[in-house]
Design a protein around this ligand. Sequence first.
Ligand code: C2E
Ligand code: CA
Ligand code: CA
Ligand code: CA
Length: 276
Amino acid sequence: AKHNGRNCFRFFTQKIAETLHERQRIEKGLRNALTQELFSLVYMPIFDCKDNTVVAVEVLLRCQSPELEGHGPDQFIPVAEATGLIKEIDLWVIKNALQALVILQTEHHFRGKICINISGVELHNEQFPAQVKSLLSHHKIAPENVELEVTETAFVAGDTTCLGTLRALDELGVSLALDDFGTGYTAFTQLIHYPADCLKIDRSFVNDLFSEREARNKMVMFIQNLAKLYELRVIAEGVETEAQLTYLRDLGCDWAQGYYLSRPLPWDDLLELLNA
Ligand code: C2E
Ligand code: CA
Ligand code: CA
Ligand code: CA
C-alpha cells in the first residue's frame, strides 16, 4: 500500500508539473501572438429566426502561435485572464472587429451588428468604457452596431464596479449581451439592475431541447419567457438541427446561430455568404 501511495503521489506531482508547464507554454504563445501578429478572427453569422437573413456577426478569436497549436479560446482565454494579457487581447479583438465592420458596411452593404466577446475582467477595469469609446470614434462606428458579449458568470451581484462599468458601456450606446445565459448563478431578479439588451441561451440548453431530462429541456422555455418579461432580445447558440431551429422560432426566439446555420467562417467565406 505504501508503495502504491508513493506512486500515486508521484503521478499527481507529475500531472501538476505538466499543467504548469503547459500554462507557461500557452502564456509564451500569447505573448508571441501579440508581438508577432499571430492572432486572427473568424466570423460566425447570426440569423434572424423569422426570415433567415444575417442580422449580426460574432467574431471569435484564433491564435496561430506554434505553442498554441490545437488550443482554442476555451483553453487560452483563462490563461490570458490569469496573466493579465487579456486586456491587451480584448483591445486587439475590438480594434480588428471594428475594422472588419467598417469594410462590411462600406463595401458589402452590411447593416447588422458586430458581436464581440469581452472577458469578465473588463467589468473590473474602469478604463475599459473610455477605451471602447475612443475605438468607436476612431473608426467612426455608430455604437448601436456593436454588441459586447459578457458571460453571465462574470456578473457579481451587488458589485458596484461591475455595475458601473456596465452602465458606462450602456451610456455609450453599445448593446450588451449576457453570454452563456443559464449557466451562471445570477439571481434572476437581479436582471432588472443590469442594463442588458440581449440574452444568449447557452449551447448546452439548445442541445438538450429534446432530451428526456425534464428539468433541462425546460430551460430554453424558461429563458425565453424571462426575456419577454424583461423585454430582452434572445439569441440561441449552438443550433445544430432543423428541429431545434423550428422549435426556437415557434417559441419566439429572435436570433440564432450554430453549425446548422453556419460554421464560424474565415473572412473570404463570410463575404461570399453576405454577397450571395
Ligand atoms: P462563446 O462566446 O459561447 O462562443 C461560441 C462557441 O461555440 C465558439 O467556440 C463556437 O465555435 C462554438 N459553437 C458555435 N455554434 C456551435 C454549434 O452549433 N455547435 C458546437 N458544438 N459549437 C458551436 P470558440 O470559438 O472555440 O470559442 C469558445 C469561447 O471562447 C467563446 O464561447 C468565448 O467565451 C471565448 N472567446 C472566443 N473568442 C473570444 C474573444 O475574442 N475574446 C474573449 N474574451 N473571449 C473569446
Ligand atoms: Ca459569445
Ligand atoms: Ca442598452
Ligand atoms: Ca456558449
